[in-house]
Design a binder for this molecule. Structure first.
Ligand code: AP5
Length: 207
């Protein structure tokens, strides 16, 4: 499980780790954004919360995650990215899955802000870029499908400040929940994506 503030690099590392270890990548943020894009009832209920930087209500997120964990590709194991965000979600997860490790991505706020401000995503395939750290080959266009890249609506400064406050108020208690159970592993998430991946692998090998 990857926990950490917005922009810490959880999604970037989750994609790499899942690919390298043949695990499913379960991101509640990705599930919710897909639901918004498809206009499903979940997406319609979640959209305003996401745009404002607030958490989506627990019952909606839990329903989506339960359905996702039940799919066949998750049976061999998964990397959980961006879940749980509240103590209620953490307690509900106890009944759904057994955890090997909980990694807490740690990064100073100025670096988080720089990563969020420069993030661009492909609206078609969901690929994530950064204007300076991992730019596409052709500026503003996805390498995979040539579609024009966009900024996430919740990466606007107004929403980012709400997300950071919500993280401190609602998700930091979740870190304490796993720390008390001896599961939490802090990860220095600074440096390049390769450096973070090496540190993450060393941390997981030590399990
Ligand atoms: P979600 O999508 O989970 O957002 P988040 O947790 O705020 O995390 P981010 O996606 O912003 O950042 P990340 O840590 O994955 O960083 P990334 O790898 O992309 O949630 C979005 C919203 O959905 C929430 O606000 C909420 O409304 C709702 N939601 C989701 N889950 C929920 C839940 N469980 N309960 C309730 N509501 C929920 O990297 C960021 C940028 O930095 C990218 O541009 C990347 O290219 C770049 N980068 C990454 N690593 C590096 C590096 N090492 N060096 C330089 N640049 C880097």
């Amino acid at each position: 499980m990857f926990l950490g503030p917005p922009g810490a690099g959880k999604g970037t590392q989750a994609v790499r780790l899942a690919r390298a270890r043949h695990l499913a990548h379960l991101s509640t943020g990705d599930l919710l954004r897909a639901a918004v894009a498809e206009g499903t009832p979940l997406g319609r209920a979640a959209d305003a919360h996401i745009r404002a930087g607030r958490l989506v209500p627990d019952d909606l997120v839990l329903g989506a995650l339960r359905e996702r964990i039940g799919r066949s590709d998750a049976r061999a194991g998964f990397v959980l990215d961006g879940f749980p965000r509240t103590l209620a979600q953490a307690r509900a997860l106890d009944a759904m899955a057994e955890l090997d490790a909980v990694v807490s991505f740690e990064l100073p706020e100025p670096v988080l802000l720089e990563r969020l401000a420069g993030r661009r995503i492909c609206p078609k395939c969901g690929a994530v870029y950064h204007v300076s750290a991992s730019p596409p080959r052709e500026p503003g266009r996805c390498d995979r499908d040539g579609v024009e890249l966009r900024q996430r609506p919740d990466d606007r400064p107004e929403a980012v400040s709400v997300r950071l406050r919500v993280y401190a108020e609602q998700t930091e208690p979740v870190l304490a929940y796993y720390r008390e159970r001896g599961l939490l592993r802090p990860l220095d998430a600074s440096g390049s994506t390769d450096e973070v991946a090496r540190r993450l692998n060393a941390l997981l090998e030590g399990e």
